[in-house]
Ligand binder design. Structure first.
Ligand code: ZN
Length: 121
């Protein structure tokens, strides 16, 4: 399990952004039972101060996204949009796009452009 101090600054920022975006999306769009997010790959305590509650679908998506981010074969990582490897396929790709778009807009509306900056960098 990777700790917060074992990843690069860029990786940490990407991980935090991904978690934040999926959390906003789930919170605003999905009702029903939510469980605290956890991951075998990362020790999340250093990355988030509180628990992230997600529905099973978003749990799945975030697990996939974070796993792929940590396994990115490129160094430095290019912007996912411009990457030739493309770890998101089919359903995942459509879903993560929707999440990014929705939560991006949400953050703009709520004046959190600093979060966007992390994502677009
Ligand atoms: Zn959800």
């Amino acid at each position: 399990m990777l700790r917060e101090n074992e990843v690069s600054k860029k990786e940490k920022a990407d991980i935090q952004t991904l978690m934040k975006f999926v959390e906003i999306y789930c919170h605003e769009n999905h009702d029903g039972e939510k469980v605290p997010f956890s991951l075998k790959l990362l020790d999340l305590k250093g990355f988030v101060k509180r628990e992230i509650l997600l529905c099973p679908d978003c749990h799945h998506l975030l697990t996939y996204g974070l796993t792929m981010r940590m396994k990115c074969p490129h160094d430095p990582k290019p912007m996912c949009k411009k990457c030739e490897t493309q770890c998101y396929h089919g359903e995942y790709k459509a879903k993560i796009r929707e999440v990014m778009k929705f939560s991006g807009m949400y953050l703009v509306k709520h004046g959190r452009v600093d979060m966007l900056y992390h994502y677009l960098r």
